[in-house]
Design a protein. Structure first.
Length: 227
């Protein structure tokens, strides 16, 4: 499979959107993503690429919100690509269900990892795994009420900062205040490295309750509020 960035301008924008996987994105965030996370090109060159895409109407910018989204024709292509992915998953599930092999036994550890992979990106999961345990403090642990605490990490300027988190399973609500969560993850309804680390810690000492919470979060994500 070829993962190189397409040279053709229209397909290149579609390629970026398959990675971003969001209806829209702030234009400055798009510049930073392509420059510093995807390492596409220097910032000025990235701005030129996006500027051309806007001129060619491959991208549409809302001048009021500064949010950028795909043109209608590219949006249709993008949604068709998403639908094909869903179809492939259904076909794979169908093949596995009719396999001659014995059914795979999924234990609690495997189930947690499967659910976790659905709610956290691979690179974010890796960041979560290297956060030290002592950086995380659970101040209240009640799976029927409120799970609350703090986690220490360096901010964008390298200064050690304490970030709060509150998870209320009954109300299906997550509140957190780190920059990555506020700028990106809460819009995607996904976990940032800090919240990822919280679930890792909870799963160590409260496996059954954590798995039940994570299942609800993944399977009924549309009912959860990320704030």
């Amino acid at each position: 499979m070829n993962f190189s960035v397409p040279a053709e301008k229209r397909q290149r924008i579609l390629y970026f959107w398959k990675i971003i996987d969001r209806p829209s994105i702030n234009i400055d965030e798009l510049y930073n993503f392509l420059t510093f996370e995807l390492f596409l090109a220097p910032l000025q060159e990235v701005k030129k690429i996006i500027g051309e895409a806007l001129d060619l109407k491959f991208l549409i910018e809302d001048s009021k919100s500064e949010e950028v989204s795909l043109s209608q024709s590219l949006k249709v292509e993008f949604e068709n690509w998403q639908n094909k992915g869903e179809e492939k998953i259904k076909k794979i599930d169908n093949i596995l269900s009719k396999s001659w092999r014995s059914p795979i036994k999924i234990d609690k550890k495997m189930k947690f990892e499967i659910m976790e992979d659905d709610i956290i990106d691979p690179s974010t999961k890796k960041k979560a795994s290297i956060i030290r345990s002592k950086a995380l403090t659970i101040e209240n642990l009640d799976f029927s009420g409120e799970i609350r605490g703090k986690i220490e990490d360096k901010d964008e300027n390298g200064k050690l900062t304490s970030y709060d988190f509150v998870i209320t399973p009954k109300d299906r609500k997550i509140t957190h205040n780190c920059p990555e969560y506020n700028k990106l993850r809460k819009l995607q309804k996904k976990l940032c490295p800090h919240l990822g680390r919280v679930f890792i810690k909870l799963n160590i000492s409260n496996q059954d309750a954590t798995l039940k919470l994570l299942e609800d979060l993944v399977e009924k994500r549309e009912k959860w509020v990320f704030s």
